[in-house]
Design a protein around this ligand. Sequence first.
Ligand code: MG
Ligand code: ZN
Length: 222
Amino acid sequence: MNRRVPVVEKITKANDRLADANRALLRQHGLASLNLMSSPGAGKTTLVEKTVEGLQGRYRLGVVEGDMVTSLDADRAAAAGAVSVQINTGGSCHLDAGMVGDAISELPLEDIDLLLVENVGNLICPAAFDLGADAKVVMASVPEGDDKPFKYPTMYRGVDVLLLNKIDLLPHVSFDVDRFRRGVEALNEDIEILTLSCRTGEGLDAWLDWLAGRIERTRAAG
Ligand code: MG
Ligand code: ZN
C-alpha cells in the first residue's frame, strides 16, 4: 500500500488552513499581495527593487524574501525602500504558509499597501503550497529557454500573471516568444503575459499599472 499519498495530503491540508489565516489577515488590512515564483536567476529580486522604486511616493511595499540561507535579497529590497523580512527556509526549497504567517507578523501591515512575497527560486514545489497571497505571479526569463512551460506545467496553472523578463537578450539567444506563449496559454487560458526587461526598463510601466489596478481594487473591496 502506498502510504506516501496520505502523508502528502495531510501536509498540504495543514498548509491550506494556515494559508486561509494569512488571506483573512491580509484582507482585513485591505492589502494586495503577490506570491512571486520563478527558477533561480530569472530576476525576481531585481523586479522587487524596480517595483519598489517604480511605486515610490504612490504606494508603500512590504516584502517577504524566501531563501534557503542569507539575507542578501531582503537587504536589497530594504535598500530600495521597502519594509522587508527575510525567511531562511533552512534547506527547504519552497515557502509554506506557516513561514509566511510568521514573516507577516513582523511587518507593519497598517502602513503598507502591497505585500510581495518572493518565493525560493524553484519551478517545482512552490506551485503546490498556497501562501494566502491573492495573486500568483510567475517570472520566466529569455536565457532559460522557451521550453519551460512544456517541462514544468504545474508552475503555470492557476497563475494570474506571467512576466517574461530579459527581453533585451532576445537578439542574442534562440528563444521563440510565440512557442513559449502558446505553451503557457495551453496550460492557462486566463493568464496575462507581460514582457519586460528589468535591466533596460522596457515594459515595466505595464507591470506597475497592473499592480496599481490590483492595489486600488483590493482597497475598494476592503
Ligand atoms: Mg532573489
Ligand atoms: Zn520544495
